[in-house]
Design a protein around this ligand. Structure first.
Ligand SMILES: C[S@@+](CC[C@H](N)C(=O)[O-])C[C@H]1O[C@@H](n2cnc3c(N)ncnc32)[C@H](O)[C@@H]1O
Length: 381
């Protein structure tokens, strides 16, 4: 793939830009094999490749410049000058098609871009998520409520210009800090949740809930997890760091109510999303709770420990405390899905009672050196 922003040195996020895609996948697979080789005689499954462009289901757009000439992309933290990346080739085509609509909206409704140097202006970011069925969620991150009314007035027109626009919200990030979003969310549409239509399930996604970046690869990931869960046929399962419940809900459908499934996640909005999906699917033995994963595990009574544990932590991994708990818990089977093979390897060092039986690389992030690796851990005999 070729990218004019990369070639012109405007954006260098895609560190593998220009490297042939098959070579990228091979390199990721080789790296994962090398870093996980100390942890068992691993049965490596074929890596899952992605579309090499047009795969991103979300855009985190930093708005800068002026009302007349806004930039939709990134901002230089030193100078406060924005660079427009609205034609980024990683976006799904329907996301790219929204960019002129946002530009025209900013101009028409006078949504003054925030300037990080002068700390003046209102509109900081626009966060967009797209479902495969064309539904979308658009969130405007603002410094204050000043633009709430002008944005509310524009919703009908926006929904006419963006077919499938389901959820619109305003997020308040009052502090002058380099975060993507703040804690306060005001949903402006009747719909509060975006249905993310996957091949088997439709997962609900409320604002402030994490969803994987690449929907096709997320779908493949949940299928892989579900296959291993079906083979293990546990009577109980925990999905720690469950987000909106992708692993746990797929597992529950294959276990067909025969197992108690518990999902734990720190974001209460993600938990509300997961509960809604479980309710729609009428999954009775499914329980979701907003909690810190490590605190939840350490506070549980041994009689409640699950037969199978799924963990899918952020880049930092599960950390020593939770890894030590898994090591001594007596749990026999763990599915550990990681977006950072290095923190996975570090966690595995704290779990010497386990071997990696199977593993698979899934290329969630083409054009970068990041990827997802899912592993099946079995307790050594
Ligand atoms: C890589 S995402 C995975 C989410 C989910 N498994 C999925 O497939 O979409 C990691 C999740 O961990 C959550 N998280 C971060 N720190 C946490 C903690 N200390 N305890 C529980 N969940 C946490 C994040 O909010 C995020 O939803």
């Amino acid at each position: 793939m070729q990218c004019p922003y990369f070639d012109a040195n405007i954006c260098r996020s895609c560190t593998q830009m220009g490297v042939p895609y098959t070579q990228q996948v091979q390199a990721k697979d080789a790296e994962a094999r090398a870093l996980l080789s100390p942890f068992g005689e691993i049965d490596w499954l074929e890596p899952v490749a992605s579309a090499e462009e047009g795969f991103r289901n979300k855009a985190k757009i930093v708005v800068a410049g002026s009302v007349q000439e806004p930039t939709l992309g990134i901002v230089n933290p030193r100078t406060g000058i924005g660079s427009d990346l609205s034609e980024c080739g990683l976006y799904e085509p329907a996301l790219s098609a929204m960019m002129p609509v946002f530009r025209a909206l900013i101009q028409r409704a006078q949504l003054t871009p925030y300037n990080i140097k002068t700390q003046k202006g209102e509109l900081k970011n626009i966060l967009v998520t797209l479902s495969p069925n064309g539904a979308s969620m658009v969130r405007f991150v603002l410094r204050s409520k000043k633009l709430l009314v002008p944005i509310r007035r524009e919703i009908q027109r926006l929904q006419a210009e963006i077919p499938g626009l389901t959820v619109v919200s305003v997020n308040l990030l009052r502090e002058p800090i380099a975060l993507v979003e703040g804690a306060e969310e005001i949903i402006l549409t009747e719909a509060q949740t975006l249905p993310m239509q996957l091949s088997e399930l439709s997962l609900h996604l409320r604002p402030q809930s994490f969803f994987q970046t690449n929907t096709a690869i997320a779908d493949a990931l949940y299928h892989q997890g579900r296959e291993w869960v079906a083979q293990a046929a546990p009577r109980s399962l925990w999905d720690l760091y469950c987000g909106v419940g992708g692993f746990g809900l797929h597992a529950a459908t294959v276990l067909d109510g025969a197992a108690e499934v518990t999902g734990i996640e720190v974001s209460s909005e993600a938990i509300a999303s997961a509960q809604r999906t479980a309710g729609e699917l009428k999954l009775e033995n499914m329980h979701f709770e907003a909690a810190d994963a490590t605190e939840f595990a350490l506070a549980a009574a041994p009689v409640d420990y699950p037969e199978l544990l799924v963990v899918n932590p952020p880049r930092r991994g599960i950390g020593e405390k939770l890894a030590d708990w898994v090591q001594t818990s007596g749990i026999q089977t763990v599915i550990y899905s990681s977006c950072n093979v290095r923190s996975l390897a570090k966690d595995l060092e704290c779990m010497p009672g386990f071997r990696v039986a199977k593993a698979r690389v899934l290329d969630m992030f083409p054009q970068t050196n990041h990827y997802e690796v899912i592993t099946l851990l079995e307790r050594k005999k």
